[in-house]
Design a protein around this ligand. Structure first.
Ligand code: SF4
Length: 333
């Protein structure tokens, strides 16, 4: 470990002087994370494995299935997204009926998924939309599955309604580094994302929050994204690391592909800096070879999206995943 790769710690003096049990939260710096990224590959993988094995079952992978419950026509202009009304080509579909969602959740559970994630292409939900979404949450919980929704930005009181319906996780990604955000999205500020994350946390909902790499950001900006995540207090329970899937018609359709080893390094740095979090290998997995996925698991990824569709992008078929798990000796978490 290099001297600069250690987390900085907040001064105990900054906390309540009455608490003798104060444990300062690690404060990672971009420099420390860049130093991790720059380690020789084998050293970085070794560090990631050490952290992984100290905090998680070594060979267990959690599986989530993601369903688009409302597709396309979104008012936001996220440069990677085919569901944006500004440039997206995704077929628009209205909010699904609860019965359709339950059928999809049941099928996912039967194939081994333990968490069901429901995504809607909205800037944020209207209160009347939440009525049906909360019905979906109640129904999916009744199947014995964990629930996650991604609905965009939440207004005051909406997180509480979701929590009361039994929601376990709220997904809202930071997407990228603060200093790169404006080059990808202009219709809202990243600070608005933090507001939603705060509302979900305050309501007692666990966070699923990560980002997308391969959008033209620098390594330092990848490090900066992970610093923002790792320094949350606590870090998100679930951290999806997505590789850009260039979608036709979007501003990023011709983004040059990321070096696969750089993607694996990103997973490893996420694992080291967020030891207790589930790190999810998310979008981009369909395009990865089995060998590259194995490296990602070695780097500390311990969760995947499972099923043949990720909103509007493809995902490996469940049978291919079963075969890969068998070849690698992986089990379901
Ligand atoms: S990522 Fe979400 S908020 Fe952005 S355009 Fe797509 S659906 Fe809308």
């Amino acid at each position: 470990m290099t001297a600069t790769a250690a987390p900085q710690t907040a001064s105990p003096a900054a906390s309540s002087s009455t608490s003798s049990a104060f444990v300062p939260a690690p404060r990672w710096t971009t420099e420390a994370l860049v130093a991790l990224f720059e380690l020789p590959f084998s050293d970085l993988m070794f560090r990631a494995q050490e952290v992984h094995r100290a905090n998680h079952k070594a060979n267990a992978i959690q599986r989530s299935t993601l369903l688009s419950i409302k597709t396309g026509g979104c008012s936001e202009d996220c440069g990677y997204c085919s569901q944006s009304a500004h440039h997206g080509e995704a077929q628009r579909e209205a909010l699904l009926e609860v019965t359709d969602v339950v059928a999809a959740a049941q099928a996912a559970r039967d194939k081994g998924a333990t968490r069901f994630c429901m995504g809607a292409a909205w800037r944020g939900p209207k209160d009347k939309d939440l009525d049906r979404v909360t019905d979906m949450i109640v129904a999916v919980k009744a199947l014995g599955m964990e629930t996650c929704v991604t609905l965009g930005m939440l207004k005051e009181g909406q997180a509480k309604r979701l929590k009361e319906a039994g929601l376990d996780y709220y997904n809202h990604n930071l997407d990228t580094a603060p200093e790169f955000y404006g080059q990808v999205i202009t219709t809202h500020a990243q600070s608005e994302r933090f507001d939603t994350l705060d509302r979900a946390r305050e309501a007692g909902i666990k966070l699923c929050c990560g980002g997308i790499v391969g959008m033209g950001e620098t390594r330092r900006q990848r490090a900066s994204l992970l610093v923002e995540l790792a320094n949350m207090s606590p870090p998100p329970e679930s951290v999806p690391i997505n590789e850009l899937v260039p979608m036709p018609g979007t501003p990023l359709e011709n983004a040059p592909p990321l070096d696969p080893f750089e993607f694996v390094r990103t997973i490893a740095v996420a694992r080291i800096t967020m030891p207790g979090s589930m790190v999810r290998l998310s979008a981009g997995r369909q395009e990865m070879s089995d060998e590259l996925q194995a490296l990602c698991f070695l780097a500390g990824a311990n969760s995947i999206f499972y099923g043949d569709k990720l909103l509007t992008a493809g995902n490996p078929e469940a049978d291919r995943d079963e075969a890969l798990f068998a070849r690698l000796g992986l089990t379901s978490a």
